[in-house]
Design a protein around this ligand. Sequence first.
Ligand code: PHE
Length: 456
Amino acid sequence: MNDSNRRLHGTWSSRWTFILAATGSAVGLGNIWKFPYIAGENGGGAFVLIYLVCILLVGVPVMMAEVMLGRKGGMSPINTMRHLAEEAGGHRAWSAVGWVGMVVGVLILSYYSVIAGWALHYIGEMAGGALQGASGRDSAMRFAGLLADPKRLMALHTVFILLTMGVVIGGVTHGLGVAVRTMMPLLFLLLVVLLLYGADSGNFAAGLDFMFSFRFDGLTWKGVLEALGHAFFSLSLGMGAIMAYGAYMPEDAPIGKSVVTIAFFDTLVALMMGLAIFSMVFAVPGLAPDAGPSLMFQTLPVVFGNMSGGLLFGVLFFMLVALAAWSSSISLIEPGVAWLIETHRFNRITANLLLGGIAWVLGIGTVLSFNLWQDYTLGDSTFFDVLDFLTASILLPLTGMFIAIFAGWVMRKEVATAALGDRAPRLLALWYWLLRYVAPVAIGGIFLFGLYSKLI
Ligand code: PHE
């Protein structure tokens, strides 16, 4: 990063702050809320296996590429891609990767914030004791009541967007950097406390069986596409978040090691949450593993409501969800904010107001898709379902594929590998091979099959 950009945006204060920020971006609703429910919808174990393969063979190499491109380009993803393409003798149109990423970030934020708002709501529900002694039915009805109330959903969505903008306005060093250094230790502490609590509360054996016995009958090509898409979503890949964060990274820190750490934590949290949630689902009569997006919000309150001390842990749990969502949502608008500042001389406040405002307006569509608009569907998908599928299953893997192609085929090999800052030659060769061949072919193949099976 050159000095003027360093001054424009600021930098992480150390390699660890980068790791915390990227882990904060990666660990979010994707791990706690989405992973368990899509694994549940796709038959459990087999989906988990495919997901892990996608993380290892595609997610990790593409993440290394994104951080590398970000650090080498040193600017917002749009300008980084344009600059690196020019340097490598490629076409300016490569900046489209950054453009699509910026748009996808705002699209994801628009629904992410609505769901994060549910978590905020449940902090209050738990604290107020409304779910004390609740049955599976009571909890399902309360959740349905929340979804049927657009005004309340809008209020929660608004609060969450404001929280997100509040941090991003503070800038990289003092806003995002300070936020992640405070939030992440708290998040891990909460996670450990909750796991200890959950370990003896549920039907752990049934949870383990559901997550790790690889029965392939529940899995379809559409499920495989979702697993791939979710690997991108969960690692925050394919939309420039990690590229933007890479630009604020110290010049000499080795990228491979950092990325493996981040991917490890991200996967660990997803698996732990899956185990915890399914152990509890199987312990409560009347709850099904394939309940979809409502899984976490219906099942966990029942468990918390029926155990001694449960309400306190319920409050802590939903605080954990909200924190995890918050440290992710800030990375959804940072790439666009950085670009507006660099190219259009916005200041951080106006850039945030503009992008946060767009996400807020779009979020209205998601809010209404759970109530007034729930019958306006495409096939049987609501506005929210379409937005989620379009961003997570289509646009993220597709942009991720172009990132792999750019780093693997357009940039010169020596430049790309030198920019990683890692030394082990075998690992570098493995990375390059995965990036050049495995990632694009796997993404392209899964993509075509998945789309085909979704459409027929
Ligand atoms: N990785 C985040 C999660 O799992 C979501 C996210 C996607 C954040 C893309 C930033 C960019 O919840």
